[in-house]
Design a binder for this molecule. Structure first.
Ligand code: ZN
Length: 301
């Protein structure tokens, strides 16, 4: 709790696959003694990210009913009320927005609760794909709104980008949000007190309610076990309409593995936890452009 007696709230946003969960996990692991409540909004009906959040002293709540910023008074408000009535107070609340959400709308909702103190909106920006997606007529406004609502921009994937790509992206970001500090994701705030001060960016761009309907989710249960290599090959071969894919699969060498596809980059990691509650893959595309047959074919040998 802060000296005002209110619980600090941090909102983490950024487009699908920008690296929100990985960054959040690194930060949570650097705060081993803090009781942090984490609210995770996955756009799909199955919350893969919640199972990927590192175990902490606090609590992780999955918000799976579509885009939380589009439902004022919905899941997010209910979850906040539940957290605030918890007998043992939390040191902080972190809300991880879905990749299509407007973090500014979520921050406004959090700011409305008198028991909470909005500390900041951090938005992750994928250095490999943001410049081209900003030009995309169907995605550009979502990315712009996310960038404009940030108090801090965190550039991710700079290690796999060219220096020129990164400096051009920095110029674009500066044009969209000239006063917003832009740092690389190697940075972590020191403890909870190191969080940035918020509120500077809140009244900038805002996506209309219902914008989440522009995206659609495919979900499947893979029936087959394959080698890790073969899973990677199949996921890399998916068409570009698949903006994001994540979930769990079975492999010959590791048993359960978590898989991620962000843009064209695919990763697979052995899953050390208990068997995932749902053996599922979730993919997000623009509505009407989901390659369903290709995705369905992933599920069978
Ligand atoms: Zn929304």
């Amino acid at each position: 709790m802060s000296e005002t007696g209110r619980i600090p709230v941090i909102v983490i946003g950024g487009f699908l696959g920008a690296g929100k969960t990985s960054w959040l996990n690194r930060w949570l692991l650097s705060l081993p003694f803090a009781r942090v409540a984490v609210l995770v909004n996955d756009f799909g009906e199955i919350n893969i990210d919640a199972s990927l959040i590192a175990a902490t002293e606090g609590e992780t709540i999955a918000l799976t009913n579509g885009c939380i910023c589009c439902q004022m008074g919905g899941d997010l408000s209910q979850a906040l009320i539940r957290l605030l009535s918890h007998p043992q107070p939390f040191d902080a609340v972190v809300i991880e927005a879905s990749g299509v959400s407007d973090p500014g709308r979520i921050a406004r909702l959090a700011r409305a609760a008198p028991e909470l103190e909005l500390k900041g909106v951090l938005v992750l920006v994928d250095a490999t794909s943001t410049a081209s997606r900003l030009q995309d007529p169907q995605l550009g406004d979502t990315l712009q709104a996310q960038i404009r609502s940030a108090d801090w921009l965190l550039l991710s994937k700079t290690d796999i980008s060219h220096g020129q790509q990164v400096s051009e992206l920095r110029e674009l970001l500066h044009a969209l949000a000239p006063e917003t500090p832009c740092i690389e994701t190697g940075w972590l705030p020191t403890g909870l007190a190191g969080m940035p001060d918020a509120g500077r960016a809140l009244d900038r761009a805002c996506l209309p309610a219902g914008h989440g309907r522009r995206f659609s989710v495919w979900t499947g249960c893979p029936q087959v076990a394959l080698s890790g290599q073969e899973w990677i090959r199949r996921l890399e071969a998916l068409p570009g309409q698949v903006l994001r894919l994540k979930g769990f699969v079975r492999t010959h060498e590791h048993g359960w593995a978590s898989v991620q596809r962000a843009g064209q980059q695919v990763s697979l990691a052995a899953w050390a936890g208990s068997a995932p509650a749902q053996l599922s893959l979730v993919a997000v595309s623009l509505r009407g452009s989901t390659p369903r047959e290709t995705l369905d074919a992933l599920l069978h040998a």
